[in-house]
Design a protein around this ligand. Structure first.
Ligand SMILES: Cc1cc2nc3c(=O)[nH]c(=O)nc-3n(C[C@H](O)[C@H](O)[C@H](O)COP(=O)(O)O)c2cc1C
Length: 190
């Protein structure tokens, strides 16, 4: 099987990362792949924001409040373990990238096509990283959608929407996932 087929079929979302640092030069290679994704009308609707420590710390008050609210609504004890886990998901991940897509409030079709293009670009990024042995996980957790996140990242929520955070690092392990068989997902029409 070709290298590209192996790459496509072996990619899995990675939830646990080793402490190994991701080189900036490798990130730049992946961003070039992201930039080469298809987009209709040459809108290039995606932007990538790599979160430094200072920006991550700015997110912590919101992370803490979301975690406490979640514990309350799940009627859990407000234990420190879930709070520490929530903080660790922001502070201890080797690289976090906020991915945004351009908004077009007056043109819903353009906005939908732009979202599709942004997902193509994001997946180019993911696959490029995977080809270098670097894993990632797309997250749409509540922190990625909170108004304070836009404030902390200085993203204008009238112009761009955060489609998620991409968490990036070297895989500690590669989970197995059950996927549908080809015969279940494709039909040849007469
Ligand atoms: C749009 C989108 C949003 C996702 N958001 C989350 C998330 O918030 N938390 C999470 O644990 N995984 C998230 N994932 C990862 C999926 O759970 C994962 O892709 C799925 O389990 C299939 O596994 P695979 O990526 O290894 O094939 C997201 C994936 C996509 C495509």
């Amino acid at each position: 099987m070709s290298i590209i087929q192996n790459l496509l079929n072996s990619r899995r979302s990675i939830y646990h990362f080793t402490d190994q640092k991701v080189k900036l030069t490798d990130l730049e290679i992946a961003f070039e792949a992201a930039s080469n994704a298809p987009c209709h009308k040459q809108t290039h609707p995606w932007n990538y924001y790599v979160l430094g420590d200072e920006t991550r710390k700015k997110l912590l008050p919101t992370v803490i409040s979301l975690s406490k609210n979640k514990a309350k609504s799940n009627k859990e004890e407000e234990g420190s373990s879930s709070l520490n886990r929530a903080i660790s998901k922001i502070m201890d991940v080797p690289v976090i990238i906020a991915v945004t897509t351009k908004l077009s409030p007056d043109d819903s079709f353009r906005e939908e096509e732009d979202y599709a293009a942004t997902v193509c670009s994001l997946h180019n990024l993911v696959l490029s990283l995977w080809g270098m042995g670097i894993g990632s996980q797309w997250s749409t957790g509540s922190i990625t959608r909170h108004p304070m996140t836009y404030t902390s990242l200085e993203i204008n929520n009238e112009k761009e929407r955060i489609v998620g955070f991409l968490k990036v690092g070297y895989p500690e392990n590669i989970p197995e996932k059950q996927k549908k068989k080809v015969t279940e997902i494709r039909k040849f029409l007469p």
